[in-house]
Design a binder for this molecule. Structure first.
Ligand code: ADP
Ligand code: MG
Length: 695
């Protein structure tokens, strides 16, 4: 057996390979580009490209591709082979620095929200040297950013990198004030925990809804759901264990630090968590992880479902975005630290995050909004659509003491003064096991738990980084101009706590009482994508995002359009699939069962003079449900044609929310009821019990 330590990263053009294949001078120059973003000279790029190509060919690669993350939410690639004709009729394998650094895909079909005029459809991809190239399926993959010719971001990577830079810039200003002279940069790291379902491939093939939309659009609850909670952390079945082992191996080869795996709450649900990484790498790796998860599943006769809500009535899948900020010298700025000096700095960063989350609740909420995730947020399983922060008892008590100018924990005799001199000692808070909070402090990081399992983590981190950068900017402005730093610091922290404590909530986020309480506190509760997405265009959000150079105004409007279009299209496809399944599969099947039963009644009555009370009741009930299904399908069909007539994206999204989704729910209710009284043999596709317990 090969050793993990030997094959880990074997498909990655990482530092080891760079050192081994590049001259010291070229390596150093490339490192400067990676670490500090200094532009790469074309002569250096040529050498790097040649080394990459030789290494890739050695590993069996024949092609290369620029790999990017357009607004579709999935990654895109176009493969070119290395071949170049030689004069004698043979070919040689070539890859130039220019090809490495820049690509020009014909990208006219990617969503641009009107950013790219059709006459200039190309757009270009630019190498992101901070994310290593890698080999997958015989192709050298080059992580790239994707822009229009006029420089507008058409992807999720460009704004993510911009947001990281904005956060770096403002955090550096704050750190300077605390006298940190040796720190050269601040970066944010993310560890995304990824949830997923596995179902049997043969069963999957029989369900149009799973094939077309990634989730079941019909299906009555099985006799056993997740109420026993025996699946969570339960022993892993051998078929699943084999899948997980294979998955780990594939991810490790790609240099992805897959670390933890376990069963989740719902039957057939599992989780994989990597060790955290710098955010843009974590984002690339998470996209890759999702792709590899699906691919490896095929080999095992399985299908990996990444949809947020594959099964009604069963827990959906999310992605926990564990986020922290740290210095290049290795200090985690969200770690409470050992000394008062560190505490003051920590408290400033902590309150900055608190204010950022409160000020930009809407941006965080909409960063995770999709048709799929709307099924989780607001239901009693995932954090509600209301943003709040869990801090734990100790930190909350400290903040309360600071706000009230009272001693903390009764130890200090004097009033607590913040600054670098007098501060309470506090231990790292380890109390967090609150699983219901959308944004929880977990000792030295925040865990943003609202992300849907299929979301790119980029959007959430763009908005989070931007919001925190904005608050740090405000803080730095204030503190830089203060005469007495300690006094100003104390007042700033105190004021921030007072103004933003409404966002702190340590209780049960799944409780209905919280919804009322949150409303009293004035927190926003944006239940659907249609409700929250337009808020990205609110003046305060546009001002903030543009002032930090995260987005241009045009990029913001285009993104809003693209995300709403996504929402409308996804739901519309679901509606069409439902109509198709109802008309061609479910109604005929139930009707056949009803008529077979009715014929039996006729025979029994004439032959045996039986009363046939049961069968008569059944046929009556079935007939009623068939009518109900037919009526609901007709209604749904009319919403599908109604949508076509609107022509503007915001009214379309509202129509989907107010008319189409309720019509879908109505059809489903009738069909699911019919399923429970239809003999299994008649039903046209595998039911929930088979799907959920069939692996
Ligand atoms: P949980 O109890 O939620 O499972 P873990 O400690 O296992 O918590 O962490 C979950 C994820 O958080 C992992 O991906 C881990 O690498 C990541 N993580 C841990 N520390 C940090 C940090 N300082 N910054 C960002 N992510 C982190
Ligand atoms: Mg977690």
């Amino acid at each position: 057996m090969e050793k993990v330590t030997e094959y880990f990263g074997s498909m990655v053009f990482d530092e080891r390979v760079m050192k081994a294949t590049l001259s010291e001078k070229v390596y150093k120059s490339l490192k400067r580009t990676i670490d500090r973003g200094t532009p790469l000279d074309i002569s250096v790029a040529n050498v790097v490209a040649a080394a990459m190509k030789d290494w890739a060919i050695e590993k069996g690669a024949t092609h290369y591709t620029h790999w990017f993350q357009p607004m579709t939410g999935v990654t895109a690639e176009k493969h070119d082979s290395f071949i170049t004709p030689a004069p004698d009729g043979r070919v040689i394998m070539e890859f130039s620095g220019k090809e490495l650094v820049k690509g020009e895909p014909d990208a006219s079909s990617f969503p641009s929200g009107g950013l790219r005029a059709t006459f200039e459809a190309r757009g270009y991809t630019a190498w992101d040297p901070t994310s290593y190239a890698f080999i997958k399926d015989g192709t050298l993959y080059i992580p790239t950013a994707f822009c229009s010719y006029t420089g507008e971001a058409l992807d999720k990577k460009v704004p993510l990198l911009r947001s990281m830079e904005a956060l770096n810039k403002q955090a550096m200003r704050v750190l300077k004030l605390f006298g940190n002279e040796s720190v050269r940069s601040v970066r944010c790291s993310v560890g995304p925990e990824q949830e997923y379902f596995l179902v049997d491939r043969e069963m999957w093939k029989k369900r149009k809804d799973l094939i077309m939309t990634g989730r079941t659009l019909f299906g009555a609850m099985p006799p056993k759901g997740q109420e026993m909670e025996d699946h969570y952390f339960g022993s892993i079945k051998s078929r699943v264990a084999e899948y997980m082992a294979d998955l780990d191996k594939e991810l490790w080869k790609l240099g992805i630090l897959a670390k933890t795996k376990h069963n989740e709450v719902a039957p057939a649900q599992h989780e994989l968590a990597p060790i955290y990484k710098t955010t843009n790498i974590a984002a690339d790796h998470n996209q890759l992880t999702m792709e590899v998860m699906k691919k490896v599943a095929e080999r095992h006769g399985l299908v990996c479902l990444l949809h947020e809500k594959p099964f009604e009535g069963v827990n959906g899948s999310g992605k926990h975005n564990n986020w922290s900020i740290s210095t290049d010298t290795g200090i985690n700025l969200l770690s409470p630290g050992e000394t008062p000096y560190e505490n003051a700095q920590f408290l400033l960063f902590l309150t900055a995050v608190i204010k950022a989350v409160d000020d930009y609740q809407d941006l965080l909420r909409l960063s995770v909004a999709t048709a799929g995730n709307d099924h989780r947020l607001g239901a009693n399983e995932a954090p509600p659509a209301i943003i709040s922060i869990f801090l734990g008892d100790e930190l909350t008590a400290i903040l309360e003491a600071i706000e009230a100018d009272k001693p903390y924990g009764g130890t200090a005799k004097e009033k607590m003064k913040l600054g670098v001199d007098v501060l309470p000692q506090f231990s790292k808070d380890t109390t967090d096991r609150n699983r219901t909070s959308p944004f929880a402090f977990t000792g030295n990081k925040f865990e943003f738990r609202m992300l849907g399992s299929s979301n790119s983590i980029s959007c959430a981190n763009i908005h989070l980084n931007a919001a925190v950068a904005e608050v740090l900017r405000q803080f730095a402005d204030k503190l830089e101009s203060a005469n007495d730093f300690n006094k100003a610091l104390h007042e700033l922290i105190k004021k921030t706590i007072k103004e933003h404590k409404r966002i702190i909530f340590n209780g049960n986020g799944y409780d209905d009482a919280w919804v009322k309480e949150a409303e009293k506190r004035g927190l926003s509760n944006l239940r659907t994508t249609a409700d929250c997405m337009p808020k990205i265009c609110d003046k305060k959000n546009v001002e903030m995002l543009t002032s930090h150079g995260i987005f241009t105004e045009a990029e913001i409007y285009s993104r809003c359009d693209i995300m709403l279009e996504n929402y409308v299209k996804s739901v519309n496809i679901e509606a069409q699939t439902m109509v198709d399944m109802a008309r061609k599969e479910i109604i005929p099947a139930v009707a056949k069962f009803a008529s077979d039963t009715a014929s039996a009644v006729a025979v029994k009555k004439s032959v045996a003079k039986a009363a046939c009370k049961y069968e008569t009741k059944l046929v009556t009930e079935l007939s009623e449900l068939i009518d109900a299904m037919d009526e609901a399908t007709t209604e749904l069909e009319s919403t599908i044609s109604g949508l076509k007539e609107i022509g503007e994206i915001i009214p379309e999204s509202e129509f989907v929310r107010d008319k189409m989704i309720p019509a879908m729910d109505k059809l489903r209710a009738a069909a699911d009821k019919a399923e429970t009284i239809t003999a299994e043999d008649y039903y046209p596709f595998p039911a929930y019990d088979k799907l959920l317990f069939g692996v």
